[in-house]
Design a protein around this ligand. Structure first.
Ligand SMILES: O=C(O)CNC(=O)[C@H](CS)NC(=O)CCC(=O)C(=O)O
Length: 278
């Protein structure tokens, strides 16, 4: 039996990187003190800024980003694996001044083990009048990423990616036993869809779904749904924060549950080719 104690960090990330690190650091220390060996933070852990000009004033490369670099040091000091759910960083693509919305997996020596740039960007008009055009400021990534960890493979996704089941299915078929879904969900879609989407992706893949979330009313008035959640491979919520306050959520993953779910319903081996009627 391979078990893994994890923790999800729920944050209300401030706009300045220094304040963002000061906000998340004690929560990560609490998670490590509580025995977590893998700790995951939400989308936009390094700063949460909507205004493009204000964002560009602090935007830098991952190598120069003070939050990313301090979190690498913290992972090493605490001897834990840390998924920075995302950092908003310069994409590294010449001729495209949009940022990357990037998950960065840090190992227990503080080294970068994997990075993933969010594939699906959030361009929506909600019935409440909320309007998002993430593609205006974020360059979507080019591919899916699966990271090796000491406990098995982790499939990386970010927030709006949760609505694309084919990505999760592909990650599971490629061996992912855990899928990370760091998020900054809106309140109306959180209320209507968050838990159902997370549970559906876990059920469809027979993988653990780990979803640390931004929570509450941020400095610029933006509101996020919170409700960080861990879903087991059979679809049950094994841990969640039923609120939108910053905090730490502990859970223990038992990877026998992955095999149990996939043996009971071997759907990952049952895909059919099909043609659509023209
Ligand atoms: O911009 C940042 O600082 C951090 N990124 C986000 O907040 C992103 C893009 S705007 N939010 C989502 O993807 C929400 C998805 C969602 O709510 C849904 O799928 O319904």
């Amino acid at each position: 039996m391979t078990t893994l104690p994890i923790a999800l960090i729920q944050t209300r990330t401030p706009a300045s990187p220094a304040a963002a690190f000061a906000h998340v650091e004690p929560l990560i220390r609490e998670a490590a003190a509580g025995g977590a060996k893998l700790i995951l933070t939400p989308e936009a852990t390094n700063f949460l800024i909507q205004d493009r000009a204000k964002r560009d004033a602090v935007l830098t490369t991952a190598d120069a980003d003070e939050v990313v670099q301090k979190l690498r040091g913290l992972a090493r000091e605490l001897g834990v694996w840390l998924l920075i759910g995302s950092a908003i960083v310069k994409s590294g693509h010449d001729g495209d001044d949009r940022a990357a919305n990037r998950s960065i997996l840090i190992d227990d020596a503080g080294e970068v083990a994997a990075t993933y740039d969010k594939l699906h960007v959030y361009d929506v008009d909600l019935p409440t009048g909320e309007r998002w055009r993430e593609s205006a400021s974020i360059r979507p990534g080019d591919g899916a990423v699966i990271a090796d960890t000491p406990w098995g493979k982790l499939g990386l996704t970010i927030c709006y990616d949760i609505r694309f089941p084919q990505l999760h299915r592909a990650l599971a078929k490629a061996g992912a036993v855990m899928i990370s879904v760091p998020a900054a969900f809106t309140v109306p879609t959180g209320e209507a869809h968050w838990e159902t989407l997370l549970r559906a992706r876990a059920i469809e893949t027979g993988a653990y779904v780990l979803a640390p979330a931004q929570a509450g009313t941020h400095e610029d008035g933006r509101r996020t749904w919170g409700r960080s959640t861990v879903v087991a491979p059979w679809g049950e919520v094994i841990a969640n924060l039923d609120n939108d306050e910053p905090g730490v959520l502990f859970a223990t993953l038992d990877f026998d549950a992955v095999a149990r779910a996939r043996n009971a319903v071997p759907q990952l081996t049952h895909d059919r080719e099909f043609v659509l009627p023209s």
